[in-house]
Design a protein around this ligand. Sequence first.
Ligand code: BG6
Length: 518
Amino acid sequence: MEDQCPALSGAVAGKIAPETEQNCIIEVPQPCGLVIFGASGDLAERKIIPSLYHLCLDKLLPDNFFVLGVARTAMSDDQFRKAMENAIRTASPRGYTDESCRLFTEKLYYIPMDYGEFSQYRALTDRLLSLEKKHNTLGNRVFYLAIPPAVYETVIQNLGDSGLSQEKSGYSHIVIEKPVGRDLASARKLNVTLRRSFGERQIYRMDHYLAKETVQNILMFRFANSIFEPLWNRQYIDHVQITVAETLGIGHRGGYYETSGVLRDMFQNHILQLLALTAMEAPALFEAGRVRDEKAKVFRSIRPFDLGRLDETVVLGQYDRGSLEGTDVPAYREEMGVAKDSLTPTYAALKVIIDNWRWKGVPFYLRSGKRLSTRKAEISVHFKPVPHLMFSQALDGGIAANTLVLRIQPDEGIGLSFQAKNPGSRACLNTVLMDFSYRNVFVLDDYERVLLDCMQGDQMLFARDDGVDLTWELLTPLIEKLEGESGKDNFPNYVAGSAGPRPAAELLRRDGRAWRPL
Ligand code: BG6
């Protein structure tokens, strides 16, 4: 009984049951043991363990599987199981039953340890070996670092020195969460530490945006349909907008966010990844190495910011008090763990130029912020207007150009706006929408996808070292210059619940364009 995941009957509400998918079989990974560093922490409780439970319900975990939780807190296996049961109950209503949860948590174990104490890695190895024997996991291991970045290097080095990174009978993979460094130098240092113990093939640098179904769909949409790709260039596209707007504030993450800010937190990873997928060339094969090669080429083609003229390409903001859905919310500077005179930006809008053949003259406008009026992540491709308006006598103004919107969340889908004649009238046009919605057809959420992929050895949705370097190379000079400026005394400069700081609109207005409304 212990090795059986509870079965699901039929389709899970809002998801396609694995057996009903066509051409989309999700493979169950090989036997594997998952070691979670930081197992008593927030990430394990909110995301990793509930996602594993869902995978188990969906019969997507191998029968021979276990989780070994590692953290500083002293706890027995039973106490850990109880804590994770509570976490699952809180985080994942989908398909929850006491019995299925009990069967899942039977596979959870725990060992307390001090990450910096090398001698304790001996005990970890012994425990791991005995669990591998018990669950017959063939020596396949994933080490998931759900710990503060400040201890990444200590753990990675100790894993290497204790021989745990070596692949003897099975594979040994390591997953690290963002941030990978906080600038170019620290990212390079972390990558060097990683590579001293693990090969690039073993390293999974996670960006949960890449694991979102709609983000994965960008490449499918572009390269599996012959009608869009011929239009996907400077000849037909006027500009592209990428928006990741959040209504949430900083919550309890003030301590982290104060050392990060929106450029490190959202742009270096998620937003530049979205840009790369939108702008890259088609690889010859849909394969991790080739896709990551093409993304790296995009990063290499982005024009470095002109640090002397940042007012033409960058707008920063920080939220003030305001109101969202009828509730008053505090200013960023009033959040827990945030300095009263903090200059950390919670909003940024950037104008990015890609200097290559395809995108010459097509600006990419990127924006992201916290405490905005709407939660919305989307990529909008704005096509050029028609070259000659033959209806000019009949129509008052011009007509809206076609826009293709890839909606990443919420209301995941794709919309194409075009002009259609108003019935009855002689020459009256209206903008209408052709719309596809993904609602209720999701298979896996982002963490479920990532966990499966690192067990299956598929690195497609993870960042490679050169990609990380290149994105930091682009942003580090910009961040350093902005952080060194004293003139940000206009913070806070947007009201919580608004569309962001006013100058962001100016960034596009200057170019004769406008942001899509949030
Ligand atoms: C994380 C950032 O990587 O992404 C958070 O650290 C942000 O600040 C989050 O809120 C957004 O993710 P999602 O999936 O909720 O859009």
